[in-house]
Design a protein around this ligand. Sequence first.
Ligand code: TXD
Length: 316
Amino acid sequence: MTVSRRKVTVIGAGNVGATAAQRIAEAGLADVCLIDVVEGLPQGKALDLAEAAPLMLHDHAIVGTNDYADTAGSDVVVVTAGLARQPGMSRDDLLLKNAGIVRAVVAQAAKASPNAILIIVTNPLDAMVHVALETSGFPKERVIGMAGVLDSARFRTFIAQELGVSSFDVSAFVLGGHGDTMVPLPRFSTVAGIPLPELMTPERIEALVQRTRNGGAEVVALLKSGSAFYAPASSVMHMVDAILNDRKRVLPCAVLLAGEYKIDGLVVGVPIVLGAAGVERIIEIKLTPDEQAALLTSAASVRGLIDTMAAAKATA
Ligand code: TXD
């Protein structure tokens, strides 16, 4: 029997990174290399995860390291490295700090794995995808941001809970940026093929849309420190599965647009076909004027972050 070993590097051995490493190995998708700047952290978590392997019935290698040489030849690189917002830190401070981190880690990872597909997770998500595109020099098909998969999973969860049905039968469609500027499309969200507006009042739909937009904040408020990581890690795992198994899944992902949805040169969340080549196709649907306006607002907020990064670079 030939065993084909695929390799996924996860950068950042924090909550999302370590949980994504666990999900990827335990789903039998690939060997995993977990890397972090903190010495001992990725080694310790990788060892712990490796010791669970006989019990979880997989035999994938999970190694922890601080050295990018160990990441060489990865098929997929997941970037979760970054700082969380600290008290007194503005959004722009966080933007510039995380841009520096993403730039540094992507430069090293791209050199070690020049054919990899990059999945970016670090916030602010859409802006970090721009940084990764610029730093890696990879084609836009191989640099993809994770946000829509998480946002649509949250929307699906809330719809299923509200209607008392299995989330298996719920499919939800979201466009746009992560968080406040997310653009959910209820008319394309269905329960076993039945459009949502047939099953719920506009007021209830709006309430669930709002809850989805605040999905990250709702978890943060409960946890008090740290942010969501189980569902984000599962979202990463689904994207890795789509790529490594060439599934051609239709998933909302943050990708660089070149005229699609009347947006050019900006990273925005749209439905794509995700397979072995990365972004294999962008699916463009006709939006109502309101939906198009909401998407353009979302794109404008990404533009604002890019301008802030450019201004900081110019004065550095
Ligand atoms: O939907 C989404 N895209 C998101 C994004 C959902 C959840 C979390 N989201 C963002 O992911 C979050 O706002 C953060 O920017 C990242 C990672 O979140 P996580 O909860 O995993 O943060 P942690 O636990 O603080 O882990 C970050 C790790 C930590 O171990 C640091 O030591 C490491 O990143 N780190 C680095 N690793 C390697 N190299 C460098 N330079 C580095 N700097 C920090």
